[in-house]
Design a protein around this ligand. Structure first.
Ligand SMILES: Nc1nc2c(ncn2[C@@H]2O[C@H](COP(=O)(O)OP(=O)(O)OP(=O)(O)O)[C@@H](O)[C@H]2O)c(=O)[nH]1
Length: 312
């Protein structure tokens, strides 16, 4: 098995629950109807919405499908499968320069509510960058939660990255200041900042992020900037709502969706890209350091719909 195929198969197995939830339902509609009629479209609509693809996106996908069916004089419901896959891919678009920060001297803020897998994700990302021989420094600026610093330290050790901060209750802005000084002095490639992304006080969160951003603007203006929000894919529509709220308080440049392996709600990746215009950049497909994958919309849809072979 080539490395690429292995990667695809891991994605396929990570998406098992989502596939069972969305694709099996759709396939039974394709085979269960003998003609394309309103009921057929209604059932597809329900399955897509239940699959967390989002209401607006579902409507657009179905409008496109209707158009294509008409244009191409399609009569058989089973012939709609490929058209539907095409439409889902079109909804997701492509984002350019998505991974530029990996190549540049950069500062990456990572935000997200408790328990979404933020610390684990930062550890995985550090591991990924270290594997590319990058010098990585972690800033433990989530200073509210007890043990957050310790947990991050464990990941820093695992990834062989340095960590700055970690004192519970210290000022996050001071941690960022120290971390920037360290990043400059040690010529780090990427400074990954774990921040306390608490949404229950949006004003405070906004102020805190602004303060940290001002420090970087002043002390490290040459650094490339990235703000990633971590969302738990098992929470479906709730993850979409969180992304929306974070987007109101910060200039989010991308999303990391965790726990795709345990989620039946992977369709949320489509909704986040299509409804919010936020690129999903990585997905978490397990708990170990290697379980973070770059997100490729085409590959994602292929892994959902063509589990046995490479669709390209
Ligand atoms: N299956 C699976 N589990 C994951 C994934 N990412 C994180 N987890 C697990 O989710 C749990 C929570 O992860 P943490 O990294 O502690 O979450 P957090 O968001 O940092 O939480 P706080 O530090 O409390 O804000 C841990 O048990 C992780 O192992 C993933 O992609 N797949």
């Amino acid at each position: 098995m080539s490395e690429n195929q292995g990667f695809f198969q891991r994605l396929v197995s990570g998406l098992t629950k989502t596939r069972d939830h969305i694709v099996s339902g759709m396939d039974s509609i394709f085979s269960g109807f003998s003609q394309i009629n309103d009921d057929f479209y209604d059932e597809l609509e329900e399955t897509l919405i239940m699959g967390d693809i989002g209401v607006r996106t579902t409507m657009e996908i179905l409008d496109q499908l209707r158009e294509k069916v008409k244009e191409q004089h399609i009569k058989e419901p089973t012939d709609c499968r490929e058209l539907l896959i095409e439409s889902i891919k079109e909804q997701m678009g492509v984002s350019e320069n998505a991974y530029e920060f990996e190549e540049k001297t950069s500062v990456v803020f990572v935000i997200g509510v408790n328990g979404v897998g933020k610390t684990t994700t930062i550890g995985k990302l550090a591991g990924k960058l270290r594997a590319q021989d990058k010098k990585v420094i972690l800033a433990a600026a989530d200073t509210f939660r007890a043990a957050a610093g310790e947990q991050l330290k464990e990941w820093a050790n695992r990834a062989q990255a340095e960590m700055i901060g970690g004192q519970e209750g210290s000022d996050p802005a001071a941690v960022i200041y120290d971390a920037v000084a360290a990043a400059k002095a040690r010529h780090a490639d990427v400074l990954l900042c774990d921040t306390a992304g608490r949404l229950h006080n949006k004003k405070n969160l906004m102020e805190e992020l602004k303060k940290m951003n001002r420090i970087i603007d002043r002390e490290y203006p040459e650094a490339y900037r990235e703000t990633l929000v971590v969302l738990d894919a098992t929470t479906g529509q709730n993850a979409l709502a969180q992304a929306k709220e974070f987007n109101e308080v910060a200039d989010i440049t991308g999303v990391i969706l965790t726990k795709m392996d345990g989620s039946a709600k992977g369709g949320i990746a489509v909704a986040i890209q299509s409804e919010l215009g936020l690129p999903v950049k990585y997905i978490g497909v397990g708990e170990t350091i290697d379980d973070l994958q770059k997100f490729d919309a085409d590959e994602f849809v292929n892994a959902l719909f063509y589990k046995d072979s490479d669709a390209d």
